[in-house]
Design a protein around this ligand. Structure first.
Ligand SMILES: Nc1ncnc2c1ncn2[C@@H]1O[C@H](COP(=O)(O)OP(=O)(O)OP(=O)(O)O)[C@@H](O)[C@H]1O
Ligand SMILES: [Mg+2]
Length: 217
């Protein structure tokens, strides 16, 4: 029997913009509707990935930009092969709290690493799996910092200009890849945003299913 491939949805945006909050609301909605879903966060989601996460977010360490980039890619490779690909093959809707665009935005636009190299490494790390939909929660750096509170991890403690470059980088990715990335105003209430997110997920599901019924069944 043919089994339709699932859908991959990534949630992106600067630290504190509300990604995890929206991931949780969306998870609840999918569960309520009895839709098969899988939620993952990056870096993490595997034994190796969670250990890499500890290293990356630890304020005691200061890996070079290149080492940092490779660590994120290693965690992504593990997550894709062990969790995301199998879940997609099972037909699950995979919600990824950060994915490939985070490395482009943080190490690329924020840190100055070569964007072409990051795109190449992303393709290698994911084996070519790309999100069907990316929701970018756009928020000012000041407002995001206010939401995060006092305790900051290593990435969050970088200066304000770094976070501004990351935000602009994300918006540029959205502009370049408008067919995949949708920008949501993260200054809106949790409830208003979750309505937009649910609308986007429904549209995506309808679109993909109609394409499948035309070509795959
Ligand atoms: N729309 C909103 N309005 C006001 N506060 C919000 C909103 N969305 C989330 N928050 C609050 O902002 C804080 C940060 O949200 P959240 O942890 O979801 O962000 P995040 O993007 O996952 O951050 P990080 O990148 O650090 O994981 C939380 O305390 C959350 O309750
Ligand atoms: Mg989060």
């Amino acid at each position: 029997m043919f089994k339709a491939r699932g859908l991959l949805i990534s949630l992106e945006g600067i630290d504190g913009c509300g990604k995890s909050t929206q991931a949780e609301v969306l998870r609840g909605k999918l569960a309520e509707k009895d839709i098969d879903y899988t939620t993952v966060r990056e870096p993490g989601g595997t034994v190796v990935g969670e250990n890499i996460r500890q290293v990356l977010l630890d304020n005691r360490y200061s890996p070079s930009l290149q080492a940092e980039m490779f660590l994120y890619m290693a965690a992504r490779s593990e997550l894709t092969e062990q969790v995301i690909r199998p879940a997609l093959l099972e037909g699950s809707i995979v919600i990824c709290d950060r994915f490939t665009d985070s490395t482009l935005a943080y190490q690329g636009y924020g840190g100055g690493a070569d964007l072409g190299l990051i795109r190449l490494l992303n393709r290698k790390a994911t084996g070519g799996i790309a999100p069907d939909l990316t929701i970018l929660f756009d928020l000012s750096v000041e407002e995001a910092a206010g939401r995060r509170g006092a305790k900051a991890d290593r990435m969050e403690s970088k200066d304000i200009r770094f976070h501004q470059r990351v935000r602009c980088g994300y918006l540029e990715i959205a502009h370049r890849e408008a067919h995949r990335v949708v920008v949501v105003d993260a200054a809106a209430s949790i409830e208003d945003q979750s309505k937009v997110v649910w609308q986007l997920v429904q549209e995506l599901t309808a679109r993909k299913l109609s394409v499948r019924s035309a070509y795959e069944f």
